[in-house]
Ligand binder design. Sequence first.
Ligand SMILES: [Fe+2]
Ligand SMILES: [Fe+2]
Length: 376
Amino acid sequence: MDQKKAEELIRRLAAALRGTELYSPSHPLVQRGIDAFTSAATERLQSSPSVVIGFIGDEVVVDGARLPRGTASLIGFARDLRDRGIEKVTLSRGLSRAEVGGLIAVFGDRTSRTPLPDRLAAKGVRNVTLGRIVVDEVSDEQAGIAAARRVYSAAVETAESLWNAAKAGDQPDPAAARKIIDGLARLVTQDRTSLMALTALKKYDNYTFTHMVNVSALAMAQARALNIEGPLLREFGFAALMHDIGKVQTPLEVLNKPDKLTNEEFGIMKRHVVEGAHILRRTPEMPALAPIVAFEHHLKQDLSGYPENIGSRKLNLCTMIVSIADVFDALRSNRPYRQGLATARIRSIMGEQGNPAFNQALLKRFVNLMGLFPVG
Ligand SMILES: [Fe+2]
Ligand SMILES: [Fe+2]
């Protein structure tokens, strides 16, 4: 209902009630007030089966829209009804003039001790109901998800600003990153279920940033299950968040290419591991783990990945955890070139016999942790 009409409806209701406080029910002024309100309400009920008028504090709400702070008389009217235990008046289609007369008479009688709804019923008024406003009760579970969602969304926003800073050649703000990590670390410890549910949302419009946050969350969940906590848990989360930061240097046509990369393009893409290590090494306050993980996260257990020909080395535990989180999140997400894969398919890809990409013991633990499939 447009706001003017809503205001007019309420004004007429208030006027009719005022009339009945001052004059006898048969007084022409009272009758005119009833006529005026009936016609406004009937007009409204032609286009909608009901009108809900609510009184919240000093505010009047009509069909969910709050009226602008009204005149003193309107505020007085809202307060008066609320003080009498009426927070909500619902008018239904079929409302007659006689019913409006009944409503006004019932409201006007301040001496009766019978509850207002009972008096309305006694007068045969069926198309007006009075009630209290029930604030939707939110279950603990929903409240948990809502709180987790706020942390998660803030983390995705911050991830974007870290990315943009690195892309502009500035140093990503470690304090902002630490704030994300603190929030996620708390969730990993206190409400892992909600956090894991949020990482499963398959969006691809902001994949770059959700991927950063998801890998951080999935890596910290694994680390936590290995009893890693406190500052080290946060370092893992930090390193995971920044694992792909070198991609700020990858040309967008390569980064977002919907088809298979050519050899040359793949060569360009591969550089992100070295460039990431570079960026992170020169960022003050960045944990030492971050450039290591950026450098190692595509190496694989047998070093058959990239960067190539780096001699022998043992991958950091954080790298092994991040690789699992990284591939899992990438396969599960919707990408421009394919839809996110089902968990059964991800399981068979990641768990392939002898897949050198992952540490098998950690992979089994991950699968267990996520409840993806029975561990063989
Ligand atoms: Fe990567
Ligand atoms: Fe990645």
